[in-house]
Design a protein around this ligand. Structure first.
Ligand code: ATP
Length: 244
């Protein structure tokens, strides 16, 4: 579905991404793990058309080149970003935020059914349709942000740190929803600081360090890899090397 290669991005002279490559297919969850500043947000923004890749990058979606498209036309192709910090409109109600997500032409058909599906995914939103979003909890706002992105009728959802700042309970609710979104046939490309939850839900994982690919594999293999456990899951070395 999405094919990215030779993707580099510079902020001035600082190279935030260096020849990154990745791919996603329909109906799978792909997680990107990496330390702070590794370039994960820049990667999602590049795919969404919010930052311009350096020349030579290849970004294809459903076999079509999207590398030169502006952000709103990338949404029309079926890629929706839930940005870090959510980007919801606090003064608007839940209903108004969701409606804004249906602005793209691809979203017009089946809008009512899509809204019903989102309210089924996040039942607590249906009780809060007329509430101003700024008065909601972080987790509820994240549900609005994901719901708004889903209103655009995406084939691929990009999520930047969806569990950041959420209680464990609401994080679980958000991750559960991602599983349901995948079951509905939508692809998910996920950047998360919660490596454990990402590895639990993802099908495949890419590791990014200092803007470069440093590994990839199935989430199952990654979870059982001692190097990954030490680096991302905070597991100590084997008992024989730990202090007694
Ligand atoms: P985090 O997990 O902390 O959000 P990240 O992996 O998402 O980090 P990015 O936000 O993509 O990383 O940043 C990659 C690098 O680019 C960092 O060194 C960051 O300081 C730098 N950077 C990001 N945005 C800008 C910007 N607008 N101007 C200059 N440098 C930037």
């Amino acid at each position: 579905m999405l094919e990215v290669s030779a993707l580099s991005h510079f902020y001035g002279k600082h190279r935030a991404l260096a020849d990154v490559a990745l791919g996603t297919t329909q109906g799978e969850i792909v997680a990107i793990l990496g330390a702070n500043g590794a370039g994960k947000s820049t990667l999602l923004k590049s795919i969404a058309g919010l930052v311009k890749p350096a020349p030579g990058a290849i970004l294809r979606f459903d076999g079509q080149d999207i590398g030169a498209l502006p952000a709103h036309l990338i949404v029309e192709r079926g890629i929706a970003l839930v940005p870090e910090g959510r980007g919801v409109f606090g003064e608007l109600t839940v209903a108004e935020n969701l409606q804004l997500g249906a602005y793209p032409a691809r979203a017009r058909q089946g809008e009512a059914d899509r809204l019903a599906g989102i309210l089924k995914l996040f039942p607590r939103l249906s009780e809060r349709m007329s509430q101003a979003v700024r008065t909601m909890s972080g987790g509820e706002q994240q549900m609005v942000a994901i719901g708004r992105a889903l209103m655009s009728n995406p084939l691929l959802l990009l999520l930047d740190e969806p569990s950041l700042g959420l209680s464990p309970l609401l994080s679980r609710e958000v991750f559960r929803a991602l599983g349901q979104i995948r079951a509905g046939g939508v692809g998910v490309l996920l950047v998360e600081q919660n490596a454990r939850a990402s590895l639990d839900i993802a099908d495949r994982v890419y590791l990014i360090e200092s803007g470069r690919n440093v590994g990839s594999g199935s989430a199952h293999d990654m979870k059982n890899n001692p190097d990954i456990q030490r680096a991302y899951l905070g597991k100590a070395r084997t008992a024989s090397t730990s202090r007694s």
